[in-house]
Design a protein. Sequence first.
Lengths: 723, 128
Amino acid sequence: MDDKLIQIFTEESQEIIETLEQGLLNLEGGEDLELINAVFRAAHTMKGNAGIVGFDDVVALTHNMEGILHEMRKERMKPDAEVVGLLLSAVDALKVMVDSQLAGQTMQAPEEIMSALERLLEPEAETTPVKEPASPAAAAPVPDSPGTGFSDEPKQYKISMRLDKDILTTGNDPLLLLLELGEIGKVNRTICHADDLPAYSELTVDRLYLWWEIYLETAEDISVLDNVFIFVADEGDIKIEELPQGAEASAAQPEARPKPASQKAGPTAAPEPKPAHQPAPPATPQPPANPQPEPAPASAPAPPQPPPANNTQTAPVQKPAIKPAAQAESGQPRKTIPTSSTIRVDTEKLDKLVNLVGELVIGVARINQLSEGQASDELDNAVESLDHISRDLQEQVMRVRMIPVEGTFNRFQRVVRDLASELGKKIKLQMSGIETELDKNVIEQITDPLKHLIRNSADHGLETPEERSLAGKPETGTIWLKAYQQEGKIIIEVEDDGRGIDHNKVLAKAVERGLVEPDAQPSPQQAYSYMFQPGFSTAQKVTEVSGRGVGLDVVRQNIEQLRGSVEVTSEPGAGSTFHIKLPLTLAIIDGMTVRIGDEVLTLPLLSIVESIRPKVSEIKSTDSTDEMIEVRGEYLPLVRLHKLFGFPTERTDPSKALVVIIESVSKKFCVLVDDILGEQQAVIKSLEQNYQEVEGIAGATILGDGRVSLILDIHGLEKMAFA
Amino acid sequence: MSKTIFCIDDSATLRMSVEMTLKGAGYQVAQATNGREGLDSLLTLAGQGKTPDMIIVDINMPVMDGITFIQEIKKTQLKYLPILVLTTEREDSMKLKGKKAGASGWLLKPFKPDTLLAVVRKFTRSLA
């Protein structure tokens, strides 16, 4: 199987599974036909895709899901909690199956899910006509009356099918036609004529030398038979005639009403019967069929062996999609799953583009610098407009990487639903700002921390329904997930209306854990920040949900790796809010450029608290390798960057140089630099891709004057200096 | 000058498999994800003198389904383009609808690459 196809299949499957999950969750209880259609289509597409890549077990499962959704579409089944629950577990199975298929292992759908789906479908299959609900004969049985053209009585047809010799090259297959006929009724006899077959030496594989005569018994009208040949009518000679009832000995109808042979379909539609061919002797071993026709749908002859892809589940008629405009006017909230027109681009290509544009901007900045000495207005204007355009270009290119948080947020609906049932709580997830866009990388990496915070809110934040009732709150707790843009940053908030966090308890715990001095008097806000320290956990007991040894410190670390920050505010009794601040993109960093000897380094602005020049008296050293700087009573370890990286410099005395105070996840420390040059936005270039990974260095950027500046990685730096 | 086939399907997997099949045989493949997008894009292309040689379209699609698409395209100057329906729909009533709307052929998914190529060759040859 082609890798590229599998890759597309995988990506699309993820999207479809998300659509299914999301759609099903929204479906529960409601009866939004548009939404049912969308979910149906997702299952349908999944089935088709799995067929293309040959994942037959996935086809089987999605086929059944599609069947149930089809019943909903026809309003023969309601999307109640039970059905939706079953479909959701089928979606889960689907995920696992696709994954294991990709890993090269065939995995069947869990038996209990398959049988549950089939059980749901079965009663329907009995009460609805097996074939073609659109057929008037099946939909509304008309008592046999002459001239209506509809009858539930079996009729005998003789079909002669002579197709053009090159029919095989047009994608038509006579075998499929024969099978289709078999689905319409009972084939009493098929005669295959091989008189045109040439000598073996002249045989060509893509030519058709055979033709057929089929004797078919069915209650369907002749037009149904005509339809089988719709696409070959012009490419062969098809004759269909209805035989008088008496012609078949098997048709022992008391009211046999001979009808004139109706003929049709082929372009040559000649009505003459062909005496050359024997008129279907009843000598076939078939027993007489339907001696007592019943005027019920059941009499529509069931296909002897319906091929798997064709029974009730096959969607007959897709209603033309309602025009979005018309729907918007109707004023009801749309739950439709939006389909935006997109093309897929490898993120690597985007990264290259971002990089190149970054270089372009820097190149322009250099030209700008060079042109300053030239005293030419024309040159200045040209450079200025170039500068303008390249910045616009950069902004647009950055925007290409941005995707809405919607997909990620929507996933949490499911998480919350599962959590609620797991914890025995009533929880509602409210989202806002789902259209807010974030860099794709950031979105991918923020998912886990967000999930953790949501679990945290559900588990620790929200009370049980009983507790809530006692507190005079609605039984159903609410978790809000909000995203918005503020001052060039993306803010994501996870808020709950639960019991809130008591900062005194947090403080007590922090003291108990030795995270803070017993006599410390922190503000509530500072107290809350202890929750993000490693080794802190306020959970009374480790629960299945938010236990797992992963604390808020990991959340904070993940977020800070994205160069973001997180803090919490809370009002005891009323709820808590986790407030995450993220950069718009990972490709650009707000940096502070500092100088050490001849080197210019860039420090991430976000990690910098302040910079000072310490007095000699504030420099304390226990021994030569362990230096501290006293900053307003606080002792902070000093990291000499020149020593750490081996950059030669003369300014090794902190009191004559500068120290920058940096705050990382776990600690505050100072780094020694010669001088601070200024702030600048830096386009990050990866060292791994261009050179190799270097500890303590996050990447490099090119300065306005063309020099390369290394960007410090605070986490790595901390490890190097204190490990 | 290679021929261009315009493939409309909401499944990226299907589009990719069509593209791989046809590109391997020297065809260009343009794509759209639903009938509405296909219609707009085809008309735009036609305006630029880049009318494709044939359309392959799915039936079950969001926004605008395949049958509506065929009906709509038949109202435009592109009505002469051969249209192959590539779908899992095998109901006669649906085929009849497709035929009535103006489809030139019907092929079931999943398709065999050779079959698709044969059909595409047939349709594009007859117009050349």
